[in-house]
Design a protein around this ligand. Structure first.
Ligand code: SF4
Length: 315
């Protein structure tokens, strides 16, 4: 029997949070990779806005193109934030739905938890504590951006058995070493290291948009930004592979809205994004594209702007 893994995108604790094409893309890449390697993957997205057990009357309001509100419950401000006179919330599904989802995965060989913003760490700690209650004998591994940026803090406070910091999108095989170290081996063959696996968006409820990453890293090295630390090398996917990915989600799942997560989407436009957009214009599918991570205006020529418009860029 294939080993079973639970992958968790934890809650957010914050003063405000709004769903601008927010998906746990790194975790979904990992889920896609691990499936290919022969693991049973049980994905739990605490930020699920389409959870089937949430009554329609209680569902968060949704807006255009796949954006909208998250579910939320008021929470106590932590000591360090007591002086901020604003309401503080835990965003995401109710705790009981999370517990139910953990129980549905009757057998788990390991639990992998991701993390994003460093100051959202209370959601990580909470999710790990609940997972520990439901699966007390299962090892819990924590990865993601918070774990990489604040490793010592994560080791000291998260409650995870291991904090894993060496996994990148181009180096996902490292997770196999971590699992092997726990005597957990998949039934399949690891995919070649060239390119990225297809992220497992199909494991999400009510998929209404898909996030894309045509590149990682950024040529600009602003001192205040973590991009260079997280991705020291710039890596670009083959634009035609990204085109195939878009066509897959549109044809197989009817997706029309796509959000680019790139740090520097417009850099080297003619050889990279321009190639993808020319392919999209030829397909003429009426798709819509969004750039929640913003664009570098200095890279935006008149020709590039016209091609973005013709390809369906909306926001
Ligand atoms: S991603 Fe933006 S902020 Fe970060 S280094 Fe690049 S240009 Fe600067």
């Amino acid at each position: 029997m294939a080993p079973s893994l639970i992958l968790i995108n934890p809650w957010i604790y914050d003063f405000a949070a709004y769903d601008l094409w927010s998906k746990p893309l790194g975790l979904l890449y990992l889920a896609g990779y691990l499936r290919t390697c022969g693991f049973n993957v049980h994905l739990i997205d605490c930020m699920d806005v389409h959870h089937p057990a949430v009554a329609k009357s209680a569902a968060p309001a949704r807006r255009t193109y796949g954006t909208g509100k998250f579910l939320r419950e008021k929470a106590l401000r932590p000591k360090a934030l007591k002086h901020v006179p604003r309401s503080y919330s835990r965003y995401g599904i109710p705790k009981q739905l999370f517990v139910n989802a953990l129980r549905e995965a009757k057998r788990a060989d390991a639990i992998l938890v991701t993390s994003l913003m460093t100051y959202w760490y209370p959601g990580v700690t909470d999710a790990i504590a609940v997972a520990r209650e439901v699966h007390p004998r299962t090892p819990i591994l924590l990865g993601g951006i918070y774990a990489r940026l604040c490793e010592e803090h994560a080791v000291a406070t998260s409650g995870a058995d291991r904090v894993v910091t060496g996994i990148s999108l181009q180096g996902m095989a490292k997770i196999l070493d971590e699992l092997l170290d726990l005597n957990i081996v998949g039934n399949g063959t690891a995919p070649p290291s060239q390119g990225l696996p297809l992220p497992a968006f199909d494991l999400l409820h009510g998929l209404d948009h898909v996030s894309l990453l045509t590149s990682t890293g950024c040529l600009y090295r602003c001192e205040y930004c973590a991009s260079h630390f997280l991705n020291p090398q710039v890596f670009r996917q083959d634009p035609l592979q990204v085109l195939n990915e878009i066509l897959h989600w549109h044809r197989e799942h009817g997706i029309r809205d796509f959000a680019f997560y790139d740090d520097a989407l417009l850099v080297d436009f003619e050889k990279h994004l321009g190639v993808l957009l020319e392919g999209l214009v030829k397909q003429n599918l009426g798709l819509r594209f969004h750039t929640p991570n913003a664009l570098h205006v200095k890279e935006l020529s008149l020709e590039a702007a016209q091609l973005l418009w013709r390809a369906g860029f909306k926001t």
